[in-house]
Ligand binder design. Structure first.
Ligand code: ASP
Length: 394
């Protein structure tokens, strides 16, 4: 009995009870929303300092900057190849399954999402005021600054370097201790988050779009289990199932919060404490991955584009499918690691192939539901990457 009462198992119970309570006691779950919000805020509270400190510590503890280059190149190759594989899986499935979209209303209301272009993304890449970036939670800015800062500190005279590194080493341990306290609250946190979503959205919306929902979830499962599983097994030489058991808490929190960045404290904790991934690698690969590596989002964007094309009766040419492949990969890299971010960057894919942006209004109803699956896959992809790179850089 005692063995059963672990935070991981209680979190599963929290999710199941959350779904049931959302279905049968919706009023109560709407009123209990604040509990989930408190849990989410606690996670978000430590994310930005954690990104800064863990990347800094990871670089500062490497033997040389060549090791940084080695780890960085491997991480980038991993992120891009797995994201591209995810999109490819999405494109292949949508070529096999033909959507029946005859009863789906075209939707007249324009979508309430901002537009995302590659220019604005690149333009926003470099911070002009790092304190503003910290305050606004711009992870990519914090990562860039942390890498620069760490490289600069590594080049300082030993006495100065030791003082700065010693300070951040202690800070890192303290933040991870806070992370552990917050993780202990996850069963209650996920209960409230899931219960609220079910109570607020209901599950009726899924029925009219069931084929689209099934294709996205099916594609995500193929990618998470088969593609990433095989990569883990063949490249990383580890068993993905036993690894999953060790890191499942992070996947459950990702599923419930729909935010890769809010899940970061949990991913760092389970990877280093439970799965014994090298701290230097986890501290670098997980925060960077949470920000740029989103396999679930990439697959989702590709499937959504093909689905909307079918709703509007547009036959996609091979060239348009290639454009979807490229833009969905970029859109996933550009998506922020927060709920529904994938919906915003989808405008890039739609504009590139000339699909009507109104199409987004059609799929908005099921976005939060699909976000759970894609965020869980995004985080699973980061965790597999951390373990593989930890093996490859040994
Ligand atoms: N919610 C996702 C994440 O945080 C991003 C998305 O909307 O696809 O990873």
């Amino acid at each position: 009995m005692k063995k059963f009462i672990t935070v991981e198992n209680l979190t599963v119970v929290g999710i199941v009870l959350g779904v049931l309570a959302g279905l049968y006691l919706p009023e109560l779950m709407l009123n209990l929303k604040f509990i989930g919000d408190v849990f989410l805020n606690l996670l978000k509270m430590i994310v930005i300092p954690l990104i800064f400190v863990s990347i800094f510590m990871s670089i500062a503890s490497l033997a040389s900057l060549d090791d940084l280059k080695n780890m960085g190149i491997k991480a980038i190759i991993y992120y891009f190849s797995t994201t591209a594989l995810a999109v490819l899986t999405g494109v292949i499935i949508t070529n096999i399954v033909k959507f029946d979209t005859s009863d789906i209303p075209k939707g007249e209301k324009p979508p309430e999402v901002g537009e995302f272009t590659l220019e604005t993304f690149l333009d926003n890449l470099i911070p002009s005021n790092i304190f503003e970036s910290f305050a606004e939670g711009k992870a990519i800015h914090v990562i860039l600054f942390s890498i620069l800062f760490a490289i600069a500190v590594v080049g300082l005279a030993n006495a100065k370097k030791d003082r700065v590194v010693g300070f951040f080493d202690g800070t890192n341990d303290a933040l991870m201790k806070i992370a552990k306290w917050i993780i202990a609250l996850s069963p209650v946190g996920v209960f409230s988050l899931i219960g609220y979503v079910v109570a607020d959205k209901g599950i009726g919306v899924i029925i009219s779009l069931w084929q689209y929902v099934a294709v996205v979830i099916g594609g995500i499962l193929i990618h998470a289990v088969i593609n990433l599983g095989l990569i883990a097994y063949l490249v990383g030489r580890f068993n993905p199932f036993s690894y999953f058991k060790k890191v499942r808490e992070a996947i459950l929190v990702a599923f419930s919060t729909c935010s890769s960045s809010a899940t970061l404290p949990v991913s760092l904790e389970v990877a280093t404490e439970k799965a014994k991934v090298d701290k230097k690698v986890a501290g670098f690969v997980l925060p960077l991955g949470a920000t740029v590596n989103m396999d679930g989002t990439a697959l989702y964007e590709a499937v959504a584009a093909v689905f909307i094309a079918s709703v509007f009766g547009i036959e996609l040419t091979l060239m348009q499918q290639v454009i979807i492949f490229i833009t969905a990969t970029l859109a996933a890299v550009g998506a922020a690691s927060i709920p529904s971010a994938g919906l915003v960057t989808m405008t890039l894919v739609f504009s590139a192939v000339g699909l009507p942006l109104e199409g987004i209004a059609i799929i908005i109803a099921v976005d939060r539901f699909l976000d759970m699956f894609r965020t869980a896959t995004n985080v699973w992809g980061d965790l597999i990457g951390a373990k593989i790179i930890s093996r490859l850089t040994k």
